[in-house]
Ligand binder design. Structure first.
Ligand SMILES: Cc1ncc(COP(=O)(O)O)c(C=O)c1O
Length: 360
């Protein structure tokens, strides 16, 4: 069994005895523009900061995040990647019964499972992976859960719950004393207005997880955070937090990147063009059913070839096999939007595979 996430080129190439260098990784959803020039320069120029401990309070970084989302700096809990913030939150909450959207990013079920919490699933396969809010609210009532976890936009489906609808859920949670954890790791790929951060101050039941990994292409640096106006949970999080857990380069990355409007604008426009390029070409392949996406990756079903990942890996393309997501069968896959040249390679490999020897 290979690791549970995308981006595990090393592990898969070792397993199938292939050369790592010959593979284009479409399995991890990282901004195809890569690390910005500004960030590379800043890290090079400030390399000597490695000689010092970071500011224990991370005051400047928190102030910048606060400005970026128009929240208070006391409402921010930094994580060594969003993953750390997810585990810290699960451990600080005394949740007994959690409802998790299925399929979704698996660390939610894992983080709560560590605490032996009862986990229930709300499956979306029958609705094209869109969330029907009335059905979700009925499931919450029926299961009588105290916490809900969902990703918006969702990974791996790429589906967005519109602001109006998610606010309806938030109002329900507020009224019934239910915690709502909304993971916005991919929200930076959409207009800012879609985010629930505007609701934070008014709602103690809301917990928002953000990551800088995806949009700023820094999965190796690790930086994410949790936003909440719930003071008692924030006190617990801070009491248990490991000091200096954000290294100086991640701190620099946060400060430089959040202010880099130009890079953000360029990224969104590039990704939209390339996503359309991939969608237009792949939808011509009759064995594939694409699900509309709002972000930097595309989710699809390929009902004939459950071994698609291995076959394509042998042709130099690594895609994400999504069969290990809760609520999915063996025939679901995900690809990231990459550079135009790389996307062209993917389209060519797909065309050869589906129209070539496998279909002859
Ligand atoms: C929805 C979602 N949240 C959080 C994460 C983890 O992000 P980070 O790299 O910041 O830990 C991922 C990573 O794939 C993700 O897909």
């Amino acid at each position: 069994m290979v690791g549970p996430h995308g981006g595990n080129v090393k592990e898969l190439t070792e397993l199938y005895q292939l050369s790592e260098q010959s593979i284009i990784d479409f399995s991890a959803n990282i901004n195809p523009l890569g690390v910005s020039k500004k960030l590379k320069e800043e890290i090079n120029n400030k390399f000597d900061q490695v000689l010092h401990y970071p500011d224990l309070r991370y005051k400047e970084l928190k102030n910048l995040i606060a400005k970026h989302h128009e929240v208070k700096s006391e409402e921010i809990f930094l994580g060594n990647g969003a993953a750390e913030a997810i585990y810290a939150l699960a451990s600080a909450l005394d949740s007994e019964k959690v409802l998790v959207l299925a399929p979704t990013f698996s660390e939610y079920e894992d983080a709560f499972a560590h605490k032996l919490t009862d986990i229930r699933y709300f499956k979306t396969e029958s609705t094209d992976f869109s969330v029907n809010m009335d059905d979700l609210i009925s499931a919450i009532k029926q299961e009588n859960v105290d916490t809900i976890c969902l990703c918006n936009p969702n990974n791996p489906t790429g589906k967005l719950i519109e602001k109006k609808e998610i606010k309806r859920l938030l109002a329900y949670c507020d009224e019934h004393n239910i915690r709502l954890i909304v993971d916005e790791a991919f929200m930076d790929f959409l207009p800012k207005e879609e985010s629930l951060t505007s609701e934070l101050a008014e709602n103690q039941h809301l917990f928002i997880i953000r990551s800088l990994t995806k949009i700023f292409a820094i999965p190796g640096l690790r930086l994410g955070y949790l936003l909440t106006s719930n003071e008692s949970v924030m006190i617990k999080l801070n009491q248990r937090a490991i000091p200096w857990r954000i290294n100086c380069f991640a701190e620099i990355a946060g400060k430089v990147s959040l202010e880099d409007e130009e890079y953000l604008k360029e990224s969104l426009s590039y990704i939209e063009t390339e996503r359309k390029f991939l969608e237009e070409n792949l939808k011509k392949i009759s064995d594939i059913t694409l699900f509309s996406s709002t972000v930097n990756f595309i989710f699809f079903n390929c009902s004939k070839y459950s071994y698609l990942q291995k076959d394509l890996l042998e042709k130099g393309i690594l895609i994400r096999d999504c069969s290990n997501y809760q609520g999915l069968s063996d025939y679901y896959f995900r690809i990231a939007v990459r550079s135009h040249a790389e996307n062209e390679v993917l389209v060519k490999v797909f065309e050869e595979y589906f129209y070539g020897e496998n279909n002859s």
